[in-house]
Ligand binder design. Structure first.
Ligand code: GLC
Length: 533
């Protein structure tokens, strides 16, 4: 049996993108007071923890993933005192708090980077980053061929002629994790938030923090890779684990680890490293029975040997909303770019997203729910270019639509924008589509057939059913278009991805279904939870 302090093994964790959650002061940007005012909603929804995307002081060049000061809250969000209040009020409602830590880079407004610019080439201040001379006769070419994840070169030149590395936007200089001060500072930041009651941290770009100090050009198939998943990273997280375990109860470390190889991924979850990591293999899997079965089986197979629970993630602030993704002919994963604007059947996508919700909530481990998924919000694909802030859009000159389409402020109530996101007259930082009047939380609470009602019921059952959350599952024999498995004691989940209705295994009761059954059969794109004999 696992200990109660290992809550993260089976938790349902709700992701709050603070800017877009709820705005109390009418400046168009969500704030901590907004989250505090919606704690009853979150408690009613039935989640165990909240993960807050970065709420720190930041110029917001990448939605706060450019941190200028980890020990201060962004003034538009509130104050440190308010964050502390939020953490304790949430806990009083039985909800834990996870904060976001971004170790790979800081903001170019961070004191360290400002000091480095001022101190000049060859200074110890520059050693905390990756400053290098350029190539070419006059150093006019970047030091190597690395590209920014957001498009363009990963290097920017400063007025004295040196270049600095940024794997993301140029406002996000990469830190040098070979530097002892960089390590020490992050351990102190962890303590700063753990001391304030954070139950855990979500670690941004966790597999990218260590670079080959020789900074070689990236060549296809390079092994080891010069900046991804390098072996030295594991020592960093072993140190962090010691910090986490020095608290009572121990704090949890959750990695954002995007790696194609599940075996390499699982190495981050060894008993003295991270506790859990987002399962992007599941998120990126198309709505295809064989692929999903394979993704689930592989996930469990690689987690078991390291003793870590799996996580199930359908969406986050970086990817196309689930109902849109599943509503496309090619339901394959996209980071927005490729499929943006292609024909989308939202009714189909919604039907599948409902089934996917029941699937992910029934699988063994913890589950992540990105704000607005419980309302079944679609991706907003027609944002005027003038309002788009995502550097991914700007660095690709619009070739990539970027990620703002999944970050549009939530519709809470009423029949016109701002839909209760802020006080009357508020202009949300991204405009909300008018048709969201039919999707507000207020509307959906009153509708038993809504996405919100489905999530509420499912999360309530997930808490009361001892079979759900952490544990094991067993596949039941089924046709190739059907996923069918049991959780002990006495729980079954069946998902039909085929075009024909599927029979159900013997059961005593239907606990919940994502769409009505027909003549006792499971229709296409439907999931059901069963009480088994
Ligand atoms: C992570 C975040 C993403 C951010 C990037 C750089 O992938 O989820 O939103 O842009 O890291 O910090």
């Amino acid at each position: 049996m696992h200990q109660p302090h290992e809550w993260w093994r089976g938790a349902a964790i709700y992701q709050i993108y603070v800017r877009s959650f709820a705005d109390t002061d009418g400046d168009g940007v969500g704030d901590l007071a907004g989250v505090r005012s919606r704690l009853p909603y979150l408690a009613e929804l039935g989640v165990d923890a909240l993960w807050f995307t970065p709420w720190y002081a930041s110029p917001m060049a990448d939605g706060g993933y450019d941190v200028a000061d980890y020990r201060a809250i962004h003034p538009a969000f509130g104050s440190l005192g308010e964050a502390e209040k939020l953490i304790s009020e949430a806990l009083a409602s039985g909800i834990r708090t996870i904060v976001d830590i971004v170790p790979n880079h800081v903001s170019d407004r961070h004191r360290w980077f400002q000091d480095a610019l001022a101190a000049g080439p060859g200074s110890p201040e520059r050693d905390r980053f990756w400053f290098r001379e350029g190539r070419g006769e006059r150093g006019e070419l970047p030091p190597n061929n690395w590209m920014s994840q957001f498009g363009g070169s990963a290097w920017t030149r400063v007025p004295d002629g040196q270049w600095y590395l940024h794997r993301f936007a140029s406002a996000q200089p990469d830190l040098n994790w070979q530097h002892p001060e960089v390590r020490r500072e992050h351990e102190e930041v962890l303590r700063f938030w753990f001391d304030r009651g954070a139950a855990g941290v979500r670690i941004d770009s966790a597999a990218e923090v260590i670079k080959d100090p020789a900074l070689p050009d990236l060549v296809d198939g390079a092994d080891p890779h010069p900046y991804l998943d390098r072996d030295e990273i594991h020592d960093v997280y072993r140190d962090w684990r010691k910090v986490a375990e020095s608290y009572t109860p121990p704090r949890a470390l959750i990695g954002e680890v995007w790696l194609p190889d599940p075996e390499r991924f699982a190495r981050y979850l060894r008993p003295d490293e991270l506790h859990t990591a987002f399962n992007f293999g599941f998120l990126t899997c198309p709505w295809d029975p064989a692929r999903l079965r394979e993704a689930i089986t592989t996930t469990l197979a690689v987690h078991t040997p390291v003793g870590a629970p799996a996580t199930w993630v359908l969406a986050n602030h970086d990817v196309t909303r689930t109902v849109t993704r599943y509503g496309r002919a090619d339901t394959g994963f996209d980071f927005a770019a490729k499929a943006h604007g292609t024909p989308t059947d939202l009714a189909l996508g919604t039907r599948r997203a409902r089934a996917a919700a029941l699937l992910s909530l029934a699988l063994p481990g913890s589950v992540y729910l990105y704000q607005g998924e419980e309302l079944g919000l679609p991706e907003v694909e027609d944002l005027p270019h003038s309002v788009i802030e995502d550097p991914m859009f700007h660095r690709t000159q619009g070739a990539d639509p970027g990620r703002d389409g999944c970050r549009v402020p939530l519709p809470w109530s009423g029949d016109a924008p701002p839909f209760g996101f802020g006080p009357e007259g508020t202009q949300p930082w991204l405009p909300q589509p008018r048709h969201w009047s039919a999707m507000t939380a207020e509307q959906q609470v009153a509708d038993r057939g809504s996405m919100l009602s489905l999530y509420r019921t499912a999360l309530r059952l997930r808490r009361s059913e001892t079979a759900l959350g952490d544990g094991q599952m067993t596949w039941l024999p089924s046709g190739p278009q059907v996923l069918s498995f049991t959780r002990d004691p006495g729980f079954g989940c069946v998902v039909n991805l085929g075009s024909e209705p599927a029979p159900l295994p013997p059961h005593r009761q239907v606990l919940l279904s994502s769409a009505p059954l027909r003549d006792g059969q499971l229709p296409t794109d439907t999931a059901v939870w069963l009480r088994l004999p």
